[in-house]
Design a protein around this ligand. Structure first.
Ligand code: PGA
Length: 252
């Protein structure tokens, strides 16, 4: 990975974690020592109910705390939704948008993801924009076209290397234990990089592209050394501090 892209290892807790889980955040913050902090950024995205306590637990470390979704609007009559401003107010500095589980469960389109990324920036949050093909799309040979279309449709024009991270997460690899080969990952990340370069020119070389989908301590090394992979978005293995730290330490 070129020196201008600092690795990011992000954890997505999804709908997991009660108040007692703050202890895992504390353990991650404690394990994020100077050696690791010199090599990689770490981000944990707990459920919104735990944002404030996670921010507190991470207070004395460089560990960043983020959210998993936001509404496009700043406020209003949207029962049950949270705005990016609210997440920032709770101490989040980043938000995941367009995760495939939200695209599937809540019918989020590229257009909606674009608006959510813009909302994140309006509130001063970094947006982690997720893309990825389904198994059927891959088998039909459409993986590259699908991912390129999602990146074009979900990443707004105001993207910069500071406010945008793209996460490539093949839907069939999420929570299944199945992972693409490092060569496959490198190819798709290359496609994403070239789509970003068409839009953002040289700045695209500094934009981070993460791989996500069944990243574990025992497969991380080969995935992270693939070309154009600037870190990982970790689901299940981010719930345990020891596993998450073991993944991050692949960068030491
Ligand atoms: P997983 O989830 O690591 O449990 O496969 C990744 C994600 O959905 O972000």
């Amino acid at each position: 990975m070129p020196a201008e892209r600092r690795p990011l290892v992000a954890g997505n807790w999804k709908m997991n974690g009660l108040r007692g889980s703050a202890a895992e955040i504390t353990a991650i913050a404690d394990g994020y020592d100077a050696a690791l902090a010199a090599r990689a950024d770490l981000l944990i995205c707990p459920p919104a109910t735990l944002l404030a306590s996670a921010v507190q637990a991470a207070e004395r470390s460089a560990l960043r705390i983020g959210a998993q979704d936001c509404h496009a609007k700043a406020s209003g009559a949207h029962t049950g939704d949270l705005s990016a401003e609210m997440l920032a107010d709770a101490g989040a500095t980043a938000v995941i948008v367009g995760h495939s589980e939200r695209r599937a469960d809540h019918h989020e389109s590229d257009e909606m993801v674009w608006e959510k990324a813009e909302a994140a920036w309006r509130a001063g949050l970094m947006a982690v924009v997720c893309v990825g093909e389904t198994e059927a799309q891959r088998q039909a040979g459409h993986c590259h076209a699908v991912v390129a279309r999602q990146v074009r449709g979900s990443v707004p024009d105001a993207a910069t290397p500071e406010n945008l991270v793209v996460a490539y997460e093949p839907v069939w690899a999420i929570g299944t234990g199945l992972v693409p080969t490092p060569e496959d990952v490198a190819e798709v990340h290359g496609v994403i990089r070239s789509v970003l370069a068409q839009r953002f020119g040289d700045a695209a070389q500094r934009m981070r592209i993460l791989y996500g989908g069944s990243v574990k301590p025992d497969n991380v090394a080969s995935l992270l050394t693939a070309a154009d992979v600037d870190g990982a978005l970790v689901g299940g293995a981010s719930l345990k501090a020891s596993d998450f730290l073991a993944i991050a330490r692949a960068y030491l």
